[in-house]
Design a protein. Structure first.
Length: 271
């Protein structure tokens, strides 16, 4: 990414492509904006597309002194939207990015034209057995030999895909976490994961007035479809759809189906 935004001591990497109505993509954990890069390119003929790496992720700064919880990320996102001077962009979020984009709207009062939530972390309960283990032992895991850390990452991220990731896809996803600063940053973002922020989101969802579309991979092994349906039911007027033969990393499992759903939603909301 060529652009940098300085916020509260952090350096946030971002980029913009295309022209037309603004669309902002939010990634999840333990990923980066790379999960959305192909979709940004495809949409750039009709939209101005913004990608960004949350602080502590991807190409953004990974300073251990900076919190990376839902609240910090929501404030960073709201600040970025203000920096970009966007007037009610469309927002598309995946995983952790769902909670971040929702909190930015519900608490920070960021204004969107529409919101698409794709296999998101948004409401409780959440967190896998691995998450709970890391929260109990973050410092110990920081000291793992690099090859063991990489093996853990490979197994963990691979489980997010239903069809299986190609070697180059997996390498791209885990790459930022396989550096000297990336290894502790990986465990730090899990250690700071606080479900209380999701409780707040759930309590406030009824106040949303923007168009919302919830999309879920039918074979998501990380967050069950029941959670997706319940989330859609909590948001006034929200619609819900499932994509077959897709897991949590729906971007890689069902790219054509997701691109169709994404393009159809954005174009219908931009007329």
């Amino acid at each position: 990414m060529d652009e940098r935004f300085g916020w509260d001591g952090r350096s946030i990497a971002w980029e913009r492509v295309g022209s037309g109505p603004p669309v902002v993509f939010c990634h999840g954990t333990p990923f980066s904006s790379r999960v959305w890069s192909r979709y940004a390119d495809a949409l750039s003929h009709d939209f101005t597309v913004y990608l960004w790496d949350m602080p502590g992720y991807g190409e953004s700064s990974m300073d251990p002194a900076h919190p990376v919880d839902f609240d910090a990320q929501a404030r960073a996102f709201a600040a970025l939207l203000e920096q970009w001077e966007l007037d009610r962009p469309h927002v598309v979020a995946h995983d952790f990015g769902g909670a971040v984009s929702l909190r930015a709207a519900l608490v920070e009062k960021a204004a969107y034209a529409s919101l698409m939530l794709v296999d998101v972390v948004a409401i409780p309960p959440s967190g896998s057995a691995f998450f709970r283990f890391v929260k109990r032992h973050p410092e110990t895991l920081d000291e793992l030999p690099a090859y063991i850390h990489e093996a853990i990452l490979r197994a963990y991220v691979s489980a997010a895909s239903h069809r299986g990731l190609r070697d180059e896809e997996l390498a791209e996803l885990i790459g930022p976490w396989c550096t000297e600063t990336g290894q502790p940053a990986f465990y730090r973002q899990i250690a700071q994961y606080d479900e209380e922020f999701l409780v707040t989101n759930e309590r406030l969802l009824g106040s949303l007035t923007i168009p919302v579309r919830v999309v879920w991979g039918r074979d998501d092994a990380w967050i069950p479809t029941e959670t997706g349906r319940r989330l859609a039911g909590l948001i006034p007027g929200a619609s819900y759809a499932e994509i077959p033969d897709a897991g949590h990393l729906i971007q890689y499992d069902a790219p054509v189906a997701l691109a169709s759903a994404l393009g159809g939603w954005l174009r219908s909301r931009s007329r």
